[in-house]
Design a protein around this ligand. Structure first.
Ligand code: ATP
Ligand code: MN
Length: 155
């Protein structure tokens, strides 16, 4: 029997990453898994700001702090029965996702094929690719337009 009680969903709060978030919310609720959203803070890059899906507050050091928009979205989803938490850590996205996968031991990883950079001409972003190669649990890579279709077709 496949155990699917813990889902880890790393998000950089970009529009592409948001597709994976949406998928994790829907799937988590359907299979009654606990979903942990993991955001790794990095020094802010102003040029990439348009790619954000949620409002991001910026600290004095120019570093991202917390996305209130994301927090509110999750509050709404929790009211509708989702079990979830948000973990915000500092560091290198790849290392941090790997560490969290090892320590929390999720059954499934759901992430976007791309993130803030979002170059569609490459198969997947560097974080997605490195994580995919490194972990030994199933990985669900959600492409930019895939989640909307899936949610609409089967909801
Ligand atoms: P690149 O970073 O290689 O220029 P990209 O930004 O388009 O390309 P990735 O960074 O690989 O693509 O993003 C793919 C997925 O990895 C995202 O959808 C998200 O799930 C995860 N991810 C990337 N960065 C972070 C982060 N800082 N915190 C949490 N998850 C992240
Ligand atoms: Mn990226």
């Amino acid at each position: 029997m496949i155990q699917l009680s813990k889902i880890l969903c790393p998000t950089d709060y970009s529009k592409t990453s948001d597709k994976a978030v949406r998928y994790a919310i829907e799937l988590g609720r359907k299979v009654r898994a606990h979903v942990r959203f993991l955001h790794i803070m990095q020094p802010e890059n102003i040029a990439e700001k348009t790619a954000y899906s949620y409002g991001i507050a910026t600290g004095a050091s120019g570093e991202e702090i917390v996305s209130e928009g994301f927090r509110m979205l999750l509050m709404e989803e929790k009211k509708k029965g989702l079990s979830a938490d948000i973990l915000i850590l500092r560091g290198n996205p790849y290392d941090t996702i790997i560490e969290q996968t090892a320590s929390w031991a999720p059954d499934l990883l759901i992430m976007g094929s791309h993130g803030r950079t979002g170059l569609n001409r490459i198969l997947m972003g560097s974080v997605a690719e490195a994580v995919f190669h490194a972990v030994d649990i199933p990985v669900l890579l959600v492409k930019q337009n895939a989640a909307d279709k899936a949610v609409k077709d089967y909801a």
